[in-house]
Write a protein that binds this ligand. Structure first.
Ligand code: NAD
Length: 453
């Protein structure tokens, strides 16, 4: 049984390595030559815990191969997984150009019957369209089937999620072919749901939209807590204890980011437009999140009036801990606004500094640790709850900063500890600590930062 995986990003690489780990012969193909060269040498181009070790072991044991030659990628394949990116178009719809490119390559290089499995997140109807596209390219004597197999892994725990998946969705209009794909997953021993092809496509979008809804909902409750003097941590805990609600994804914060929720909610919204259906909740979820991302910046503006020349440290750049992915990360949006304000910015992240450097270059100072990042800073923004940040000794803030003002977008610290450390501490949905001092002192209080006008 030969498996080929097209696209060696977060999803494709984890998929390929995990299939090799359970014993399949796997070839991973990517058009990025540099990535393939690194991978062939056992070097993992992305930060994903445990992946590099597993990659090296399977390379050494001869079950895992890498190529940027599409011909050899297709030559012996029985099953071809496509896991290329489907980023956002300017209008919010899913950009399918990489998928179309991958399908064309497969069509031009396939020399035997194969099952094509689309793992990329794609709008309803795409799998069927890709089948038609393949049929248009392939000679009549080569049979292909297209199966939808959306992916649910989370960056930062991709391997764990693959081996402990809550469910594996296999969508096919041919039950027998769907069964064959489901059987590939047997070694993982996880629950499998076989559906028709369009339902499988929608399961992925609906799941992400639901999780995003939970986040936007709890963020709205957090904002309400600030008005009503309630504490979001207690409120969320009390809600989550109800088994019907569940405690996961009830952590209030500075909004969701990453390569999935923002683009998938927007792509789903675009899809509803195509079908002339007004999905009201979804629109609100997106709107609440884009407002939430600016909450702390707005508060800083309110407190300081003008951030020009202020020394600002941003702790945490990745959209969540344990990944180097900064796509749609709230920190990136914050930094853009701080740059517009001409703040003097230092940043720290345990894994995402390189990616951030590629984006902002010399406009930021990239600190190697928290101490260096916050030294002499007027303001700290906490944007990712990395353990290095949540476990940081609060007493060091007043030691290293002039008059420590912390805006915490991830509610990392205990309020009483922040208070006794003498921090001015503003978090999400909780009482602001020691804040009156700064508000009183601020000559510019009430003056708006540029963007807000
Ligand atoms: P990614 O951007 O990390 O990787 C995509 C890879 O595809 C890149 O290495 C790129 O070079 C390669 N590629 C592009 N065109 C190609 C072609 N024609 N042939 C071969 N390779 C090609 O993407 P990702 O984050 O792994 O996401 C892949 C898909 O999975 C997306 O649809 C995404 O929405 C979905 N998904 C992602 C996650 C996640 O956590 N990242 C989780 C679930 C689902």
């Amino acid at each position: 049984m030969e498996i080929t995986v097209v696209g060696t990003g977060y999803v494709g690489l984890v998929t390929g390595v995990c299939f090799a780990e359970v014993g399949y012969n796997v070839t991973c193909f990517d058009i990025d030559e540099r990535k393939i060269t690194a991978l062939s040498q056992g070097r993992c181009p992305i930060y994903e815990p445990g992946l590099e070790n597993m990659l090296q072991r399977n390379l050494e044991e001869g079950r895992l191969h890498f190529t940027y030659d599409s011909k050899s990628a297709c030559k012996n394949a029985d099953f071809i997984f496509i896991a290329v990116g489907t980023p956002e178009n300017e209008d919010g719809s899913a950009n399918l150009e990489y998928l179309e490119g991958a399908v064309e390559q497969i069509g031009m290089n396939l020399v035997r019957d194969a099952v094509i499995i689309i793992k990329s997140t794609v709008p309803v109807g795409t799998n069927q369209r890709m089948y038609q596209k393949l049929r248009g390219i392939l000679p009549d004597d080569i049979q292909v089937k297209v199966v939808s197999n959306p992916e649910f892994l989370r960056e930062g725990s991709g391997i764990l999620d693959t081996f402990h998946a809550d469910r594996i969705i296999v969508g096919s209009d041919d039950h027998r072919v769907g069964r064959a794909v489901a059987d590939l997953y047997k070694p993982f021993g996880r629950p499998i749901l076989q559906t028709d092809i369009r339902s499988a496509e929608l399961i992925k979008y609906a799941s992400n939209a639901f999780l995003a809804t939970k986040i936007s909902f709890i963020n709205e409750v957090a904002n309400l807590c600030e008005h009503t003097d309630a504490n979001i941590e207690d409120v969320a805990k009390g809600m989550g204890m109800d088994a019907r609600i569940g405690g996961q994804f009830l952590k209030a914060g500075i909004g969701y980011g990453g390569s999935c929720f923002p683009k998938d909610t927007k792509a789903l919204e675009k899809l509803t437009e195509e079908y002339d259906y007004d999905f009201k909740i979804l629109r609100s979820v997106i709107e609440v999140n884009s407002r939430q991302k600016h909450q702390l910046f707005e508060k800083a503006c309110k407190m300081f009036g003008n951030l020009q020349g202020k020394r600002v440290a941003v702790l945490g750049l990745a959209f969540k801990p344990h990944t180097d992915d900064i796509r749609e990360a709230p920190a990136i949006e914050l930094i853009s606004r701080l740059l517009e304000e001409r703040a003097d910015i230092s940043v720290y992240d345990p894994a995402a500094t390189r990616n951030t450097g590629n984006l902002f270059g010399s406009r930021l100072y990239y600190a190697e640790n928290i101490d260096t990042a916050i030294k002499g800073a007027d303001i700290v923004f906490i944007m990712t709850e990395w353990p290095q940040i949540t476990q940081y000794d609060l007493e060091r803030f007043p030691l290293l900063m002039r008059d420590p003002v912390i805006f915490d977008g991830r509610n990392c610290y205990d309020l009483s500890e922040a208070e006794s450390a003498g921090l001015t501490y503003i978090s999400i949905g909780r009482k602001a600590v020691n804040v009156s001092r700064n508000l009183e002192n601020s000559k510019f209080q009430g003056l708006a930062c540029r963007e807000r006008n």
